[in-house]
Design a protein around this ligand. Structure first.
Ligand code: HEM
Length: 137
């Protein structure tokens, strides 16, 4: 299954007004299911939540600008290697991101939307992890 950009955009539009709650839900979900990841993050997540939300918006806006998208993901992936993010952490983050999107998207969330987000997150995580892996550089 490949991602349908129009479904990504419409479901992201449906959660637009819930940015602060969605990112809070995301971190709560992540740290409840994967408490071992909490120490990687700073104690206070306020600023971090805003940055995550801005990054997601930028990624969605550039879904079809492949060169821009890949460049953004490689930069993000290289910075994440410095935060201690490992390739094996990416699935947990994807599960929490999709849970948060699903929670706030309401009726805009359908099986096809979930498949599209899963496919997009596969591209995000593989590109970020490869850029963050010293052996791949
Ligand atoms: C959808 C994938 C992800 C996106 C869009 C994303 C986005 C961001 C952004 C925008 C920042 C702010 C700093 C910066 O811009 O470099 C950040 C920081 C961070 N991210 Fe991610 N991230 C993702 C996946 C992950 C994964 C898989 C981990 C692994 C645990 C992770 C752990 C961290 C940590 C530890 C920080 C630093 C936070 C701090 O200093 O408190 N992120 N992330």
């Amino acid at each position: 299954m490949t991602a349908d950009p129009s479904l990504i955009r419409s479901s992201f539009a449906a959660v637009q007004s819930h940015g602060p709650q969605l990112t809070e839900y995301f971190y709560d979900h992540l740290f409840t299911h994967h408490p071992e990841l909490r120490p990687l993050f700073a104690a206070h997540l306020d600023e971090q939540r805003d940055r995550l939300w801005a990054a997601l918006g930028a990624l969605v806006a550039n879904l079809e600008n492949t060169d821009t998208l890949v460049g953004m993901l490689q930069n993000l992936g290289r910075r994440h290697a410095g935060y201690g993010a490992l390739a094996e952490h990416y699935p947990a983050v994807g599960d929490s991101l999709i849970a948060a999107l699903r929670h706030y998207a309401g009726d805009a969330w359908t099986p096809a939307v979930e498949e599209s987000w899963t496919a997009v997150y596969g591209v995000i995580s593989s590109t970020m992890a490869a850029a963050g892996d010293p052996a791949a550089r």
